[in-house]
Design a protein around this ligand. Structure first.
Ligand code: PLP
Length: 559
């Protein structure tokens, strides 16, 4: 019988108590990082207060104590994934570093020109770029396995792609965009048949399934502690001992040596050979504290709860007007990627943020997958077992209202290449609007209303030369000068409504000004008066900076 209580589980995550009480925050960005388990926070603090010393090298009591706390976690992780020996567990700073380590230490000494590295269409950049780098170092070639209709790695197609030229197969266990378990046991078997080595990116699977590396018979399995309720800055590389033995070290320095002289150095044995320098001791100890969540019985309770949450959310999302999932059928973990008809994904995410719901929007570090779908991004909602059905209901309510509002509203489209497409709204009016809008919800509403002041430019009039670099959603900016008054006029547009609104705010101070006035204007002071920047995500903040820089560059050409 499932005795799992979400209320009880939630209490184990202090940030949820606090954020919920202070601002009613609903956290649905768990695939990016999970919230931290109380025991992880407590253990980390206790370690600094009671056991802090460097590990392995100290000749005193405290160092022995710290080393014991640190090394015991290696044994626990060995048990967690059923590795044969603790020598097979290497600490890294995360999945990305684990993959880089394998690409460089295994790949560089074993691959040659013409060999093939096989990936899937749905890899995270962390499982693409290190292999591309290896390919450029060795002359090896990247091959890609397509997905089936439901977004899983297609086994039939895999058989065609994994040939005797394949030397490494590196694929995800669960994609961070699609949320479906891939048939990795079968894929590993295909790779073994042709003598290729296998690396499984378990970043998204480790928190949701039990992993048995012996049963899988993969050569490498990698994951990050921060996606399993543990600390940031710690990751695991599992590798078969025999392979790790053959591989050269990754980085060089202390810890990874046996003996150093100016005539030469001998390296330490496994696992320390791959752990140069002082490791993230408290991170590893913190990871140890979250492993109690992965006991067989609790994990199966968590999985059962997640599944019911997954079914419920999938059905509810399916009913939202204009919502389209990226792939067919319900995901295996509660991770949903979708678009909403006629609305930019950033606008959906910014709207939800203004309602206290944290979701992810963008390419999710999976640009080749977005290319396949012919999208520049999507919305991603990813849940953890501390999320509740009531939170899902709130998400659905907000999405329904948003989609209904957006899909009934028609924006004017300007087909004339006019000097500027902005109705004159000035700085004082903007300041006035924002001084009355105290909360982020109200400010967000103002930005979206202002977006209506910027008629869309006909697609044919948007030129690639006018694209603003550094803005995550496409934004166009064109300038012309009045030869008599020397004032500059801007035409602006963006796919994202939130960016159009922000463009109106920016142009309220730059439109019809001379180049000298534009360069002299203190935009940062203006933004702080509006109280906006602290609410914008780093990527949106950078987008705004990119637009301002572009305006200043354009102005500089007219000085
Ligand atoms: N692989 C997948 C599937 C991921 O989802 C992520 C992170 O989102 C990574 C790799 C990279 O993980 P990290 O940033 O912890 O190194």
């Amino acid at each position: 019988m499932n005795t799992f209580s979400v209320a009880e589980f939630r209490r184990q995550f202090p940030i949820l108590q606090k954020l919920n009480k202070d601002s009613g925050l609903i956290y649905f960005d768990n695939a990016a990082t999970t919230q931290k388990y109380k025991a992880v926070i407590k253990t980390s603090q206790n370690f600094y207060q009671e056991s802090n010393a460097n590990v392995h090298r100290g000749s005193h009591f405290l160092s022995a104590k710290a080393t014991k706390s640190f090394e015991i976690v290696r044994l626990q992780v060995q048990t967690l994934i059923n590795a044969s020996s603790e020598k097979e567990i290497i600490w890294t700073k995360g999945t990305t570093e684990s993959i880089n380590l394998v690409a460089q230490c295994y790949g560089l000494s074993n691959l040659k020109s013409g060999d093939e590295i096989v990936l899937s269409q749905a890899e995270h950049h962390a499982n693409i770029v290190p292999w591309q780098n290896l390919a450029s170092q060795t002359g090896a070639v990247i091959k890609v396995i397509p997905l089936d209709k439901c977004g899983r790695i297609d086994l039939v197609q895999a058989e065609q792609v994994i040939t005797s030229k394949c030397k490494v197969l590196a694929v995800n266990h669960i994609s961070n965009v699609i949320g479906k378990l891939n048939p990795i046991k079968e894929l590993i078997a295909l790779a073994k048949n042709v003598g290729a080595k296998t690396l499984i990116d378990g970043a998204q699977s480790i928190a949701h399934s039990s992993i048995d590396v012996k049963a899988l018979d993969c050569d490498f399995y990698v994951f990050s502690a921060h996606k399993m309720y543990g600390p940031t800055g710690v990751g695991v590389l599992y590798g078969k001992e025999q392979l790790l033995e053959q591989m050269p070290p990754y980085q060089f320095g202390g810890e990874m040596i046996k003996k150093v002289s100016f005539t030469g150095t001998t390296y330490n044995s496994l696992p320390h050979k791959f752990e140069a320098g002082t490791p993230n001791i408290v991170g590893v100890v913190g990871l140890g504290a979250c492993l109690e969540l992965f006991s067989k019985s609790l994990l199966s309770d968590l999985q059962a709860y997640e599944l019911s949450l997954c079914e419920y959310t999938y059905l509810a999302l399916s009913k939202v007007l204009g919502l389209k999932f990226l792939v067919d059928q319900q995901p295996d973990i509660p991770l949903f990627s979708f678009t909403i008809e006629n609305v930019h994904h950033h606008d959906v995410a910014t709207f939800l943020d203004s309602k206290g719901i944290a979701v992810r929007s963008g390419h999710h570090c999976a640009m080749p997958l977005m290319e396949l779908f012919d999208l520049d991004g999507s919305v991603r909602v990813s849940l953890a077992p501390y999320n509740t059905f009531a939170e899902v209901d709130e998400l659905i309510k907000q999405l329904q209202q948003f989609s209904l509002g957006e899909n009934t509203e028609k924006l004017p489209v300007s087909t004339q290449p006019s000097a500027d497409n902005l109705t004159t709204i000035n700085q004082d009016e903007i300041l006035n609007l924002f001084s009355n809008a105290k909360s982020w919800d109200l400010k967000h509403r103002q930005i979206m209303l202002l977006a209506k002041e910027l008629p869309r430019i006909d697609k044919q009039l948007r030129s690639d030369n006018d694209l603003v670099n550094g803005c995550e959603s496409s934004a166009w900016l064109k300038v012309s000068i009045n030869e008599t008054s020397h004032q500059l006029s801007f035409v602006a547009d963006s796919d994202a409504k939130v960016i159009r609104g922000l463009m109106v705010i920016i142009l309220s101070v730059y439109q019809h000004k001379t180049a000298e006035q534009i360069i002299a204007f203190d935009i940062n002071a203006y933004f702080s008066q509006l109280g906006l920047m602290q609410h914008l995500s780093p990527s949106r903040g950078n987008g705004i900076k990119a637009i301002v820089e572009r305006i200043e560059q354009l102005a500089a050409t007219h000085l």
